[in-house]
Ligand binder design. Sequence first.
Ligand SMILES: Cc1cc2nc3c(=O)[nH]c(=O)nc-3n(C[C@H](O)[C@H](O)[C@H](O)COP(=O)(O)OP(=O)(O)OC[C@H]3O[C@@H](n4cnc5c(N)ncnc54)[C@H](O)[C@@H]3O)c2cc1C
Length: 241
Amino acid sequence: ASVTRFAEHERGVTVFAKSGDGTERAIECNNVIGCDGPRSTVRRALGVGGVATYVTLQDFCAIEGPIEPYFDCIYLRDIGDSFAYAYVVPKGDVAIVGSVFYPKTTRPYEKHEQALTALRQRLPLGKSSKREAWVALSVRSPHDVVPGRGRVLLAGEAGGFMSPTSGEGISYALNTGMLAGTAVAEGAPDGALARYTDKTAHIHANINRKLKWLPFMESRAGKYLAGFVPAPLVSRVTKGL
Ligand SMILES: Cc1cc2nc3c(=O)[nH]c(=O)nc-3n(C[C@H](O)[C@H](O)[C@H](O)COP(=O)(O)OP(=O)(O)OC[C@H]3O[C@@H](n4cnc5c(N)ncnc54)[C@H](O)[C@@H]3O)c2cc1C
């Protein structure tokens, strides 16, 4: 079932969920944990401000020779400022080749083709058998991180919990999901948000610290520097990011 809306009242929260056959049912809850990802319906309904999203496109390309994984990021100079980075993740006999674009990029499919062409010139990548498109949070400000409001808690990307520098969000989602569950289970429903806010303060601080690095990492100077400095040194400096 898909959550369509909810209503907070004195006794808790009523959540409305729609099943595949179109029927809607109401569920009474003491608390709600919104963990519905980068396009969170719950966050939108709370009215606590949205977060911009990167567009990601990835192709499953045949591998035609020995290939190194590039999990981190590949900067390409000729695609324009809307292109953030690419990645190449070999998996069996295909490599997942992705492009990440800044919010509001126009014609990302065209630009992704350009990135694929540039990467095919340097790496043994063959034809694509499948393409996927999705979005990822673009956390830009400490205010993007919102633990919730009232009886509703937000975990994972719905709450803005994600590394702004590396784009990693799985550990943030797992940790905040666990902390939200614990905060709800530990005491009165009215105090769940305060407990959760306390428990996630160190994660919020970790995101704030990473945000300070973001302007430099995204600047032309930062990208050029990363291209000249030996990769092991770049890896060492950016390890905690
Ligand atoms: C291309 C790409 C590559 C990535 N690579 C990495 C990586 O290498 N390492 C890493 O750590 N992170 C990576 N991430 C980020 C990571 O995938 C996310 O940060 C993480 O999955 C967020 O978890 P989440 O539970 O908050 O949201 P999601 O994983 O998006 O889960 C949300 C769930 O809520 C469901 N849902 C949505 N709306 C509703 C609704 N109205 N009602 C009911 N259910 C709903 C969705 O179907 C989904 O199952 C990547 C992201 C992308 C897009």
